[in-house]
Design a protein around this ligand. Structure first.
Ligand code: HEC
Length: 133
């Protein structure tokens, strides 16, 4: 009697466990697909996150707003939002400073970003830099 009951219970428990396992495997697959979609959207760079790229790669010297951080000021960064700088700066120079790096005198103040950033990210950052106000 007891053994029949327990057998009945255990077989339905197994079914339930299998069902649960299937559901959670499906959930994991769905999450994986979503994560992959998010990553590949970013990698394709339809619209790289300009502000995020700036914060990560440029703000340490140029400040979050482009006016220059404490550390940047010591190195001689200029206020990228000022009329004076904007008047002299164009897209070619901005791209060059990221693609080739930048020297002031014989001091390398900016390293080239070509290994750290994709060409699309560099283009995005150029637009962002020139749009700083
Ligand atoms: C290690 C500090 C540092 C980092 C990080 C840095 N810069 Fe610079 N950047 C400088 C200095 C110093 C100058 C020189 C200021 C000057 O003479 O105009 C400069 C100049 C510039 C200029 C002016 C170039 C010109 O031709 O006049 C641009 C544009 C620029 N940086 C963009 C960026 C962007 C975009 C990033 C991020 C990808 C970045 N910088 C990261 C230090 C840095």
């Amino acid at each position: 009697m007891i053994s029949i009951t327990s057998r009945t219970v255990s077989s339905s428990t197994i079914e339930r466990r299998l069902a649960l396992r299937t559901i959670s495997a499906t959930a994991v697959a769905v999450v994986a697909v979503l994560a992959f979609a998010a990553t590949s959207a970013r990698a394709e760079g339809a619209a790289p996150d300009a502000a995020g790229l700036w914060a990560k790669n440029c703000a340490s010297c140029h400040g979050k707003d482009g006016k220059g951080s404490k550390a940047g000021e010591k190195m001689g960064v200029k206020d990228l939002t000022s009329a004076e700088v904007k008047g002299k700066l164009d897209r070619t120079k901005t791209l060059d400073s990221m693609n080739k790096g930048l020297k002031v005198g014989d001091k390398q103040v900016m390293k080239p970003y070509t290994e750290k950033l994709t060409a699309a990210e560099i283009e995005t950052l150029a637009t962002y830099t020139l749009s700083l106000k």
